[in-house]
Design a protein around this ligand. Structure first.
Ligand code: EPZ
Length: 417
């Protein structure tokens, strides 16, 4: 099992290019199921999750190829098998995003329940409830969701919770439904907007993406298009935190500061000097890091996917921070690993109290989920001595070539087997 060995104490300096967003790429790949014509996606990130999604779509009969400009072309002219098996779905929950498109275009789908994951039970009940509201006949048995619908019907769907992939699944399903669908309490994440923009280019009639009410007027068929995937705002935030925590000076390119206002505001509160202009963000530290309180919530509030990284930053900041995780019920496992590095963190329910310490000591730690892995790498970059992060397959799911990118910024980091 691969490990990352990280040497601490080096301020990061230089330029880093941000990759396409994982959480935009995955739903966009599923959107290819909605049309018989090719969908060409550029700025694709090279990630394990993208490879898994490719395998899943290819298994159904989607033809994938790389065009001459490294764009990924996906063509779902015909799908022999609207089936997503457990052995693939269990490794990547986002596989659930094939359910809506398959049902909308082919009238049937059999998709494995994703099952739980380290950060929480993560049910998909709102995906199922929304599709049933659109007339789908759905049975859940032996760990599979079996769904059928002659043609989905537009419906008004009020979601009990803000769900990102739930909003994306239902928005895709509604594109080919008969009549109008209104999604209320919809997720406002930028990845939802990126998906909506691509669907509109494919012929869908969508308004309100980015607000909590999205309207979709069903059409009979959709066509192909070419779409450039938005920058990854969580990778952006992760590199910004690493630069601040190590007291470095870094320029991030091919990204967009407008995607992470809440994160940038917290970094400025922590003492970082941040300048943003078209496509770039420059960050440097002036003086000591200050502790910052964090409360996660749906976009545009502070993203849960940045909570672990800010815990690493608070672990070595001046003061005491209160971190409240409101989205997932078990997203503090990185804290237990950080305590092995000397971090002073007390957890009560969904609240962590982080008392900043002057130094962390390098040690062996274990990654438990994608963003926890990233936070342990950040902690290793500031700890004295060497930190070995084990089980970094979690990291490879969502960060493209992280050790190469960090090495280019001067970090002492290497992959060990
Ligand atoms: C998306 O997951 C992201 N993944 C997650 O990123 C991210 O943490 C999450 O949104 C929140 O922003 C992708 O986009 C592929 P949710 P998703 O449905 O859609 C509950 C990463 O690190 N819920 O918005 O699965 C759920 O349990 C990953 O890149 C239901 O109860 O999250 C959670 O408490 C991790 N029933 C809350 O809603 C449902 O049917 C929000 O979950 C759906 C969700």
């Amino acid at each position: 099992m691969d490990k990352l060995v990280v040497g601490g104490g080096v301020p990061l300096r230089g330029d880093v290019r941000i990759s396409g967003a994982k959480n935009a790429a995955l739903p966009l790949m599923c959107a290819s199921l909605l049309s018989p014509d090719p969908l060409v996606l550029s700025n694709m990130p090279h990630l394990q999750d993208v490879t898994t999604m490719l395998r899943l779509l290819a298994q159904m009969g989607v033809v994938a190829s790389l065009d001459d400009r490294a764009g990924l072309e996906l063509c779902a002219a015909s799908v022999k098998e609207p089936f997503a098996p457990y052995d693939l779905v269990k490794t990547m929950r986002a596989s659930i995003l094939v359910l809506g498109p398959l049902l909308a275009r082919f009238g049937e789908a059999k998709v494995s329940l994703p099952g739980g994951c380290a950060i929480g039970t993560r049910p998909v009940d709102l995906h199922i409830k929304g599709l049933q509201a659109m007339g789908a006949e759905i049975h859940v048995e032996q760990g599979y969701i079996s769904a059928k619908a002659k043609r989905l019907k537009g419906a008004r769907i009020l979601m009990d919770l803000v769900t990102v992939t739930g909003t994306e699944n239902l928005m895709m399903a509604a594109c080919l439904a008969d009549g109008a669908t209104v999604l209320e309490n919809a997720a406002r994440e930028p990845e939802v907007i990126d998906l909506a923009n691509c669907l509109i280019a494919m012929g869908a009639r969508i308004s309100g993406a980015g607000t909590d009410v999205i309207k979709i007027e069903g059409v009979r068929s959709m066509f192909g298009t070419a779409h450039r995937i938005m920058p990854d705002r969580i990778e952006t935030g992760t590199f910004l935190v690493a630069a601040a925590a190590t007291g470095g000076q870094v320029r991030l390119i091919e990204t967009d500061a407008g995607l992470l206002d809440a994160v940038i505001e917290k970094l400025r509160d922590a003492g970082a000097n941040i300048n943003a202009r078209r496509g770039e963000i420059q960050i440097s530290m002036k003086g000591k890091l200050r502790s910052v309180n964090i409360r996660t919530a749906p976009y545009p509030a502070f993203p849960t996917d940045m909570q672990a990284q800010f815990m690493a930053l608070n672990a070595v900041a001046d003061g005491t921070a209160i971190v409240v995780e409101t989205i997932f019920e078990n997203r503090f496992m990185h804290a237990l690993e950080m305590q092995r590095l000397g971090a002073e963190i007390e957890i009560t329910g969904n609240t962590a109290v982080v008392r900043g310490v002057s130094r962390l000591q390098g040690a062996m730690v274990m990654a438990t989920d994608l963003r926890a892995s990233a936070s342990l790498v950040v902690a290793g970059l500031v700890a004295d001595g060497e930190t070995t992060v084990d089980r970094i397959y979690h990291l490879d799911r969502g960060y493209e070539c992280i050790e190469e990118k960090l090495s280019q910024l001067g970090a002492h980091i290497r992959r060990a087997h």
